[in-house]
Design a protein around this ligand. Structure first.
Ligand SMILES: [Ca+2]
Ligand SMILES: [Ca+2]
Length: 201
């Protein structure tokens, strides 16, 4: 019986994870060894201080004190990883895109959930879109948005619903705030079948 239960759980978790024809999945805990785990991509926008791209994978912290998470959400150890928008050297209003592989919501609709860290005195804005599946297509409807610092340096949950059978790419657009104290991070992105309670940002 115990074995059957494990098989059922394994099948259920497979069913809720949409695997694209491309390499990658929309579900991501950023623990894979790839720099852009799960097929997520960011802009090609290196800055003068190095070859970094706007969003990148990182463990522990973001180099800057006074902003960014301390430890990831999945493992909550120094071995765990998150992905974040590096605000240092970018300047106010800089926009960094983080885009998933193509995904499709289920026939009954889907719930998109994730954890975010937006701690830092000059925190900017984070927007989530269900963008066109075509990488050059429109950004589409904004599904979730949040501006300014959170009260504490902890991870906060977020979720929103997606209508049935929608083909899309999840796109996060991070907009840097007034100073470098604007490192925003994401972890444990997951799409599950059926609708959920949307969170107010
Ligand atoms: Ca930084
Ligand atoms: Ca993680």
């Amino acid at each position: 019986m115990a074995f059957m239960w494990i098989v059922c759980l394994a099948l259920a978790s497979l069913a809720s994870s949409y695997v694209s024809a491309e390499e990658g999945t929309i579900d991501c805990d950023f623990e894979s060894t790839d720099i852009y785990a799960c097929g997520y991509t960011t802009d090609d926008a290196p800055y003068s201080q190095g070859t970094a791209y706007p969003w990148f994978r990182r463990a522990k912290y973001t180099w800057s004190s006074g902003t960014g998470p301390w430890l990831d959400h999945t493992l909550q150890t120094e071995e765990g990883h998150f992905i974040y928008l590096e605000a240092s050297y970018r300047g106010e209003g800089f926009k960094g895109n983080l885009t998933s592989v193509e995904a499709k919501s289920s026939a009954e609709g889907s719930c998109l959930s994730f954890w975010y860290s937006m701690w830092g005195a000059d925190m900017g804005t984070l927007n989530a879109y269900t963008a066109s599946a075509d990488p050059n297509g429109p950004l589409g409807e904004i599904r979730w948005t949040r501006s300014g610092p959170t009260e504490k340096n902890i991870w906060y949950p977020a979720s929103f619903n997606i209508e049935p059978n929608m083909l899309f790419r999840l796109r996060f657009v991070g907009i840097v705030g007034k100073s470098h104290l604007s490192d925003m991070a994401l972890d444990d992105i997951k799409m599950t079948d059926g609708l959920c309670e949307s969170t107010e940002a």
